[in-house]
Design a protein around this ligand. Structure first.
Ligand SMILES: O=C(O)[C@@H](CO)OP(=O)(O)O
Length: 238
């Protein structure tokens, strides 16, 4: 049998603002009751499939951090080293953060809103830096440089800040034989998946990541992707 290194990626369970259909981005909202249940189920699925991890990565947003905690609780691995980074945050949604997605689509049209949400390069409307939603006002981002602090992000800009973290922090641990779990966000995971699967712009535009379903990547000994699949119930994933 060829030696296989596995990586588990998982989008946080449903958040309060997923539930309310609001643009979230870097807004630090809680998991909903459904999201907490999804997170526990994800942990049970990983447990019953025999997963154990050596290190965990997550963002600095509580919906991803708490999802990880529920999973590690099910695995009886809450002791696991966890590294948190803003680089795994959701894409920053600029001036859209807080707005209702359906109302925004009614105002600006479905096509533009789809481009803001799913295209690679289209950048949502930006915040100004005096806006309370600008991350420069939040002490958790105090060490970021002026260039790193976003006022909005496209998927392409998200990829630009996720990939260095992947290459410099996560990949070396995998090369070292460590089993890695990452709990993150719809668009920070799309950023990693685009890179791992070398997806075209057309394909990534149509790709959605479901909440709370473990996505497993298998790598060969040279850390090249050989396979990927979701764990769990096929109907729920669809
Ligand atoms: O609001 C957000 O931050 C994200 C994830 O919920 O939304 P979208 O589905 O548009 O990527």
């Amino acid at each position: 049998m060829m030696a296989v290194t596995k990586l588990v990626l998982i989008r946080h369970g449903e958040s309060q603002w997923n539930h309310e259909n609001r643009f979230t981005g870097w807004t630090d909202v809680e998991l909903s009751a459904k999201g907490r249940t999804e997170s526990k189920i994800a942990g049970k699925i990983l447990k019953s499939a025999g997963y154990k991890f050596d290190v965990a990565y997550t963002s600095v947003l509580k919906r991803a951090i708490n999802t990880l905690w529920y999973i590690l609780t099910e695995l009886d691995q809450v002791w696991l080293p966890v590294e948190k980074s803003w680089r795994l945050n959701e894409r920053h949604y600029g001036a859209l953060q807080g707005l209702n997605k359906a109302k925004t689509a009614a105002k600006y049209g479905d096509e533009l809103v789809k481009q803001w949400r799913r295209s690679l390069a289209i950048i949502p409307p930006a915040l100004t830096i005096d806006d309370q939603r600008f991350p420069g006002h939040d002490i958790r981002y105090a060490k970021l440089t002026a260039n790193e602090l976003p006022t909005t992000e496209s998927l392409a800009l998200t990829i630009d800040r996720v990939l260095p973290y992947w290459k410099e922090n996560i990949l070396p641990r995998m090369k070292n034989g460590e089993r890695v779990i990452i709990t993150a966000h719809g668009n920070s995971i799309r950023a990693m998946v685009k890179f791992l699967d070398n997806l075209s712009e057309e394909v990534i535009t149509e790709l959605n990541i479901p909440t709370g379903i473990p996505l497993v990547y298998e790598f060969d000994k040279n850390i090249q992707v050989i396979n990927h699949y979701y764990l769990g119930n096929a109907d729920e994933i669809a």
